[in-house]
Write a protein that binds this ligand. Sequence first.
Ligand SMILES: NC(=O)c1ccc[n+]([C@@H]2O[C@H](COP(=O)([O-])OP(=O)(O)OC[C@H]3O[C@@H](n4cnc5c(N)ncnc54)[C@H](OP(=O)(O)O)[C@@H]3O)[C@@H](O)[C@H]2O)c1
Length: 258
Amino acid sequence: MKKTALITGASCGIGYEFAKIFAKNKINVVLVARSKDKLERIKSELEKEYGISAYVYPKDLLADNSAKELFNQLKTDGITVDYLVNNAGFGDNHAYTETEWKTHEDMVKLNVLSLMELCHLFGKEMCERKYGKILNVSSLAAFTGGPYMSVYYATKAFVLSFSEGIAEEFRKSGVTVTCLCPGPTESNFGTVSDFGKSNAFKYLGVAKAKSVAEKGYKAMMRGKSLVYHGFNVKSMAFLTRFSPRSLNTKVSAFMDKH
Ligand SMILES: NC(=O)c1ccc[n+]([C@@H]2O[C@H](COP(=O)([O-])OP(=O)(O)OC[C@H]3O[C@@H](n4cnc5c(N)ncnc54)[C@H](OP(=O)(O)O)[C@@H]3O)[C@@H](O)[C@H]2O)c1
């Protein structure tokens, strides 16, 4: 019987590439995002191209109880999730006090709370079943403070710390948790977050979403707990261990400027 992967933020960017990779590997996919039309188009494309089943669950993960509703709907529909990819997320590249409070609040809700709740719901089920794999998308931003993107960096630091914690907890149940840390990547993120013209995009090199998703998929299947995408990203993350935190934050301030 085919296995099933649930991917949040599957309507474009890295999430769409994840959906294609699972489908190519003959794994059914549950596609979650707000844009129903885009998800329906992706469903047709993947079913036709790869002969798998794709299920569309349009959801705003900022809405109250959305994670629980999604979990319950899948139960009612008899769909068991073997692989969970928590990919939906957004950033905002502006000064902290100049950004609307609602934007900060929504970012924490989507990047942190929704991811946490999906790990709680599906992780519990996976641990009871003694099978499952989770991949949480963090970022190079996880390793330093991030002036002009402070909340985003903090959410990604949370994702990294949280993922490493539950990876160790779940290990004894045979469930793996992988944290993927990409750097600047071609997707809608640059526009949505206003980060696309930043020095990070200019100087670190911009990865293809497909290549980022491939790296994440391989690491997830191997059960690795942490994976970076690309030499620059890995080197930057490594260097933050040896340089003073105040210097790391200054470097990030430069990277976040445009
Ligand atoms: N691109 C980069 O440079 C970069 C670097 C490091 C980490 N990341 C991380 O990679 C992940 C994927 O981002 P991306 O680069 O692929 O960006 P993207 O192209 O903007 O994709 C974001 C996805 O999240 C979905 N989404 C946004 N708000 C949502 C909500 N309220 N409810 C449900 N789904 C929602 C979007 O779909 P709808 O609009 O249809 O809802 C879309 O499918 C994010 O967690 C991001 O932080 C990106």
